[in-house]
Ligand binder design. Structure first.
Ligand SMILES: *[C@@H]1O[C@H](CO)[C@@H](O)[C@H](O)[C@H]1NC(C)=O
Ligand SMILES: *[C@@H]1O[C@H](CO)[C@@H](O)[C@H](O)[C@H]1NC(C)=O
Ligand SMILES: *[C@@H]1O[C@H](CO)[C@@H](O)[C@H](O)[C@H]1NC(C)=O
Ligand SMILES: *[C@@H]1O[C@H](CO)[C@@H](O)[C@H](O)[C@H]1NC(C)=O
Ligand SMILES: *[C@@H]1O[C@H](CO)[C@@H](O)[C@H](O)[C@H]1NC(C)=O
Ligand SMILES: *[C@@H]1O[C@H](CO)[C@@H](O)[C@H](O)[C@H]1NC(C)=O
Ligand SMILES: *[C@@H]1O[C@H](CO)[C@@H](O)[C@H](O)[C@H]1NC(C)=O
Length: 397
């Protein structure tokens, strides 16, 4: 079912989700069976699962429907009447605190294409464990009343038009494991607390977040962290190494990062995917990258890296794709010279590699050589506001 090689914490999430879904299915079966059995004695309109919590959910869902302006797939057209468990996209289950009653435990409106926003009344859905709103046109701010959803386990708001600063309300949710804010219009800094939470996965890519990685990355247990396509700026803080015990995928594509890659990156011993492409990184590849024995995908393309491509990295046992095109490398050591002969996908175009085709011009390469990089001159300030010196080549070099 789940490949044994896949990330263990993601598997845990998937399994938990599966268990939850199975129990939801089981419950709805039981409900149907129950209502059939009691058919003869209980009139339908006094359905035994109506209770105060469902009543509260009814108010929340009606208020929500009221601020849904466009619902092209008619997800909410049956959101009428007291039987909220029958509403499309609404899933009920036994309350963990009181197994004798039904509560609204999940809402899944993925790919509904709905336009609308999230009203304060959603705070009434205090039994919700899953909220999936992927690929809609929800906009505006997240209501602070979401802090009331203290059982929330998975929050997927990806591919909507939510805006405003990082929705810090999500940081107050004690059981949250999976946070997906991808493809929205959030802006401003990422709060350091995000990395001190016990989240399995953090997806914040394709927003307008603007901050460097905070230095206090201590408690994060995330196995996947995707920052791609934000304007983080600054450099990659050495504190990234604090994610070593969990991090398996680090995606920093197109995040306006500069400076040198810190050698501490080599401490992320579980890393399978490292992608820093489309930034302004300079200097050599740290030799410590050769310590990442789990590494399968390494993408350094479209930066200003220079120097040699170290043989030890090309010999990493699990390496399947090493892309380093569009840099200023001038030598490929050992195996790196012909990775395809080892069955490793690679791309070394647009560098300064003599004897290789599709390289930069001599003029471009000479210009780069005239500005040797001194990594120690690039300071990443510790304390969240990381800085690199002006990348303008006019200064110190
Ligand atoms: C439930 O009630 C309906 C309508 O009154 C009836 O047709 C059906 O046979 C009943 N089912 C059971 C299991 O009693
Ligand atoms: C949604 O409901 C409207 C009105 O009942 C109907 O015209 C439309 O075809 C429905 N759309 C879909 C995708 O079912
Ligand atoms: C939070 O949940 C509780 C319990 O369900 C409810 O009584 C209260 O009104 C909710 N608060 C908000 C702000 O929605
Ligand atoms: C990229 O980040 C730097 C800070 O490192 C900032 O000065 C610059 O404005 C950013 N670039 C863009 C296009 O925003
Ligand atoms: C990267 O190289 C390009 C092309 O030579 C140059 O224009 C740019 O200033 C360099 N950027 C950095 C950050 O060194
Ligand atoms: C290798 O990785 C690059 C960059 O992510 C990607 O564009 C390319 O398709 C990959 N090649 C193969 C054969 O998977
Ligand atoms: C790399 O090796 C393969 C097979 O071993 C060979 O076909 C190919 O020409 C080599 N490439 C280069 C650039 O030498």
């Amino acid at each position: 079912m789940v490949s044994s090689s896949s990330s263990s914490s993601m598997t845990t999430t998937a399994l938990t989700l599966l268990v939850l879904l199975l129990s939801l299915c089981y419950l709805s079966d039981k409900l149907l069976a129950g209502s059939d059995a009691s058919n003869s004695t209980t009139p339908n309109h006094l359905h035994h699962f109506m209770n105060q919590r469902l009543h509260q959910a009814y108010f929340a869902l009606q208020a929500w429907k009221h601020v849904i302006y466009y619902d092209p797939k008619n997800f909410t057209s049956n959101w009428i009447g007291p039987f909220v468990c029958d509403y499309t996209g609404v899933y009920c289950a036994n309350s963990p605190s009181d197994p004798s009653i039904q509560v609204v435990a999940g809402i899944d409106l993925n790919h509904a294409g709905i336009t609308g926003f999230l009203p304060d009344d959603l705070g009434l859905l205090s039994d919700l464990a899953l909220l999936h709103l992927n690929s809609n046109q929800f906009y505006g701010f997240l209501p602070s009343s979401l802090a009331n959803l203290t059982l929330l386990f998975e929050l997927d708001l990806s591919n909507n038009r939510f805006e405003g600063r990082f929705p810090s309300v999500v940081l107050s949710l004690p059981f949250l494991k999976f946070l997906d804010l991808r493809f929205n219009e959030f802006e401003g800094p990422l709060p350091p607390e995000l990395f001190n939470r016990d989240l399995d996965a953090i997806f914040v890519n394709n927003n307008r977040f603007t901050s460097v990685l905070p230095s206090n990355l201590g408690g994060s247990k995330a196995s996947v962290v995707v920052f791609a396509n934000n304007n983080l700026g600054g450099c990659l803080s050495p504190s990234i190494s604090k994610l070593a015990n969990s991090l398996e995928e680090l995606l920093l594509i197109n995040t306006n990062l500069s400076g040198c890659l810190p050698p501490e990156i080599g401490l992320l011993y579980k890393l399978r995917v490292l992608d820093v492409s489309f930034n302004q990184f300079v200097g050599p590849i740290p030799h410590s990258v050769a310590d990442l024995f789990q590494l399968e995908q390494l993408n350094l393309a479209h930066n200003n890296f220079s120097g040699t491509v170290p043989a030890d990295i090309c010999a990493l046992p699990k390496l399947a794709n090493f892309t380093f095109s569009y840099n200023f490398f001038c030598e490929e050591e050992g195996l790196c010279w012909n990775l395809t002969s080892k069955g490793i996908a690679s791309d070394d175009r647009q560098n300064c590699l003599p004897e290789k085709p599709f390289q930069r011009t001599k003029e471009e390469c000479d210009a780069d050589l005239e500005h040797p990089v001194e990594c120690l001159d690039y300071h990443c300030s510790i304390g969240g506001g990381g800085q690199s010196p002006s990348p303008a080549p006019s200064g110190h070099y």
